[in-house]
Design a protein around this ligand. Structure first.
Ligand SMILES: Cc1cc2nc3c(=O)[nH]c(=O)nc-3n(C[C@H](O)[C@H](O)[C@H](O)COP(=O)(O)O)c2cc1C
Length: 390
C-alpha cells in the first residue's frame, strides 16, 4: 500500500499496525482530552496539549502559524530573533487579533563577539564568486550586525506576552526578575544537562532540552559547541533528572511516536520545529519547504557557513564552499550579516544552493497541510502510540 505523504507511517507487524491507526490530516477532528496530555508544562502554560511549535527566526513563524498552533491547543511561538522591535510589536498584535490563547515570543540572547576587519575581508573574498553568480554588487558593511536585543526585549515586556522563550544564553538577572514581575513565563534552551542546571538556578520556569538532531542553531552557551552535541534520547532523561522545572524535549520529533518517546524520557512536553516548516501557514521559502520534505536522515549537517554559529541544515553548495574554511569565518552575528544579501538574492532567484535550509535530522517526515491539522494529528498519534504500548 502506498501511504500518502500527509499520513504518519507506522512500522511494525500487521498486529502492531492494527492498533496504530494511520491518521490523515483531513480526518474530521474530535477534541481529545486524555491523561497523557496533562503535564506540569500544560499547567504552567495553560495550554491543552504539551506541544510547542518552535520559534523559528527568519520568517517561518508567521503570526498565522503561531495563532493556528495556539488555537489548536499547543503553544505557538514567534521566532523574533531577526525582527526589528516594530515588526515584533506588529506581529504580536496580529497574533492577538487571531487568538486569545497563550503564545510565546522567542529571542536570541546576545553574546560578546569581536569584529576583525582582516577576517571580514578574507571572508568577503571567499564569497566573491558566489556574489558574482548571483549578480550582487560589492558588499557593504551593515550599520549594525544584529537587531538590538534590549529594544526587542522592551517590546516583549511592554506587550506583556504570555511566554518568553530564548536561546544562546541567559537573560540578565534583572531582566528575568522583570519578566517574572510581569507574570511572563520564561523558557530557556539547554543543550547539556549542565546548561539546564544553570537555567534552573537562574530562575527560568521551564527548559527546552535541545538534542543534536535539532534543526537550526545550536543553543549552546556554556562550554564548547563540539562537546554539546548530545542526542535528544541521551539529553532529555539526564536533564529531567537534574532539574525540577518542566523539561521540553526538542530535536527530531516529527509525529506521535516522537511525542510519546519524549514523554517516556521524562519530558513534560515536546517542541517541534521542522515538523511545522512545510505547513500551509509557514513562511519558509518554497525551496526550503521542498528541501525539508526531500531531506534524508543523513542529508543535514551542522555548519557555521551562514551565520558564524553552528546550525543544522540541509547540505547545499554554500556549505560545501565555505565549510572547509569554517575556522576562519567571523563569529555570529557578523557572518550572519555578511551573508544576508546572498541569502536574500538566492531567495529572489529561487536558488536553494545559497539559502540556509535549516532542518533537523528527521525533517523528511515533515507534513504539508494546515498547522491545526498537524497538531490534531500529533495528538491522535500520541494517543495511539501510548495505547499500543499499554
Ligand atoms: C528553520 C529553523 C529555525 C529555527 N530558529 C530558532 C530560533 O529562532 N530560536 C530558537 O530558540 N530555536 C530555533 N530553532 C530550533 C528549534 O527551537 C528546535 O530546537 C528545533 O527545531 C528542534 O528540532 P527539529 O527541527 O528536529 O524539530 C530553529 C529551527 C529551525 C528548523
Amino acid at each position: 500500500m502506498r501511504i500518502p505523504r500527509n499520513c504518519v507511517k507506522m512500522r511494525g507487524t500487521e498486529n502492531e499496525r492494527a492498533g496504530a491507526t494511520l491518521f490523515s490530516l483531513t480526518q474530521p477532528t474530535k477534541e481529545l482530552n486524555t491523561m497523557w496530555s496533562t503535564t506540569p508544562l500544560t499547567e504552567l502554560l495553560s495550554i491543552r496539549y504539551p506541544l510547542i511549535q518552535a520559534g523559528m527566526a527568519g520568517g517561518t513563524t508567521t503570526p498565522e502559524l503561531v495563532a493556528a498552533v495556539s488555537r489548536a491547543g499547543g503553544l505557538g511561538t514567534l521566532g523574533a530573533g531577526y525582527l526589528t522591535p516594530d515588526a515584533i510589536r506588529t506581529a504580536i498584535r496580529s497574533i492577538r487579533e487571531q487568538t486569545d490563547r497563550p503564545f510565546a515570543v522567542n529571542l536570541f540572547i546576545p553574546e560578546p563577539y569581536s569584529v576583525d576587519d582582516t577576517q571580514i575581508a578574507d571572508t568577503q573574498r571567499r564569497m566573491a564568486g558566489i556574489r558574482a553568480k548571483l549578480g550582487l554588487p560589492e558588499p557593504q558593511l551593515p550599520a549594525a550586525f544584529a537587531e538590538s536585543y534590549d529594544a526587542q526585549l522592551a517590546v516583549v515586556l511592554e506587550e506583556r506576552v504570555p511566554v518568553f522563550s530564548f536561546t544562546f544564553g541567559l537573560p540578565a538577572p534583572e531582566e528575568l526578575a522583570e519578566l517574572k514581575r510581569l507574570g511572563i513565563v520564561t523558557i530557556g534552551t539547554a543543550t547539556t544537562t549542565a546548561e539546564a542546571v544553570q537555567l534552573e538556578q537562574a530562575g527560568v520556569d521551564a527548559i527546552t532540552a535541545q538534542g543534536s538532531e535539532a534543526g537550526g542553531h545550536r543553543g549552546t552557551f556554556a562550554g564548547p559547541h563540539g562537546e554539546a552535541l548530545v542526542g535528544t534520547m541521551a539529553l532529555v532523561p539526564q536533564a529531567a533528572d537534574a532539574v525540577r522545572v518542566p523539561v521540553i524535549a526538542a530535536g527530531g520529533i516529527m509525529d506521535g511516536r516522537g511525542v510519546a518517546a519524549a514523554l517516556a524520557l521524562g519530558a513534560a512536553g515536546a517542541q517541534l520545529g521542522s515538523a511545522f516548516l512545510a505547513c500551509d501557514e509557514s513562511g519558509a521559502h518554497p525551496q526550503h519547504k521542498a528541501a525539508v520534505r526531500a531531506a534524508a536522515d543523513s542529508g543535514t549537517s551542522l555548519t557555521r557557513a551562514f551565520s558564524g554559529k553552528p546550525a543544522r541544515g540541509v547540505r547545499n553548495a554554500f556549505m560545501a564552499e565555505l565549510d572547509p574554511a569554517a575556522d576562519t569565518l567571523p563569529p555570529y552575528p557578523v557572518q550572519n550579516a555578511l551573508t544576508r544579501d546572498i541569502r536574500q538574492a538566492a531567495a529572489k532567484r529561487d536558488e536553494p544552493a545559497y539559502l540556509s535550509l535549516w532542518a533537523g535530522q528527521a525533517a523528511g517526515l515533515a507534513r504539508t497541510g494546515r498547522a491545526e491539522a498537524i497538531v490534531e494529528a500529533l495528538v491522535r498519534e500520541t494517543e495511539a502510540v501510548l495505547g499500543r504500548l499499554r
